[in-house]
Design a binder for this molecule. Structure first.
Ligand code: KIV
Length: 275
């Protein structure tokens, strides 16, 4: 059954945990979808894990649409959520609506995600008015990396924790159907999850969120530039890929690949007639 923004809200009411993983291409989206994951996030993390930037700030609308299109073709049942990249919604409510619309119309996503609380409530309201479901994102919002002075846990002090809780209430009021909580203390995430009626999706926010999300290259140990504390590596796919690449290189250099079974046949007499 297709997961939607509505089934997300129902899952919270029923106390069912939600699962979300990132994907950025067709083949991975198909695998994630076939594993029964509720939602695929085409995160702007693609700037780091797919394109090799140091942060997410250089990601463009064109990048997001390109990758969202591929994921949408591979996702049958998972809800596809596309990230709104840096400066595609902060600049004005008009820009936010136009760019959210592009991710739906051109990318084929069913929802968009944007970062921020009170500051982006007008944008959330306007996008939701256009019947586009919006997932919010609070805590460590990577597009604020320069303002935060790095990728750091957020909401540890009283004021900072209260601001995130207030923001969660505001984005719910603005019409967001879910909120990602990134890198906040467990107990704050629990308090937020109990205080709002929309599902919280945690990443580095502990077990009491209504769902969890991970970047797939992190959980498969494929991205080695950094390993956040909150990541659990479910498989060593990065190492397996390297081993396979090495085996291929060795067999090619030794003339062992391709072998008979990988070759196409032709009648000898055809070859003999060639001049
Ligand atoms: O861009 C992304 O992948 C995200 C997740 C880390 C939640 O926003």
């Amino acid at each position: 059954m297709k997961n939607t923004a509505v089934t997300f809200k129902q899952a919270k009411e029923k106390g069912e945990k939600l699962t979300m993983l990132t994907a950025y291409d067709y083949s991975t989206a198909k695998l994630v979808d076939s594993a029964g994951i509720n939602s695929i996030l085409v995160g702007d993390s693609l700037g780091m894990v797919m394109l090799g930037y140091d942060d997410t700030l250089s990601v463009t609308m064109e990048d997001m649409i390109h990758h969202t299109k591929a994921v949408s073709r591979g996702a049958k049942n998972a809800l596809v959520i596309a990230d709104m990249p840096f400066m595609s919604y902060q600049t004005s409510v008009y820009d936010a609506v136009v760019n959210a619309g592009r991710l739906i119309k051109e990318g084929g996503a069913q929802a968009v995600k944007l970062e921020g609380g009170a500051d982006v409530c007008e944008q959330i309201e306007a996008i939701v008015k256009c019947q586009i479901p919006v997932c919010a994102h609070l805590g460590l919002t990577p597009q604020s990396v320069n303002a935060f002075g790095g990728f750091k846990v957020q909401g540890k002090g009283k004021e900072a924790a209260q601001k995130i809780l207030d923001d969660a209430r505001k984005i719910e009021e603005a019409g967001a159907f879910a909120v990602v909580l990134e890198c906040v203390p467990n107990k704050l995430a629990k308090k937020i999850s109990e205080s709002i009626s929309i599902p919280t999706i945690g990443i580095g926010a502990g077990p009491d969120c209504d769902g969890q999300v991970l970047v797939y290259q992190d959980m498969l140990a494929m991205y080695s530039d950094m390993k956040p504390k909150f990541v659990k590596q479910y498989a060593q796919i990065g190492q397996q890929m390297k081993t396979a690449f090495e085996a291929y290189a060795k067999e090619v250099s030794e003339g062992l690949f391709p072998s008979e079974e990988h070759c196409f046949k032709i009648d000898d007499e055809v070859i003999e007639k060639l001049y």
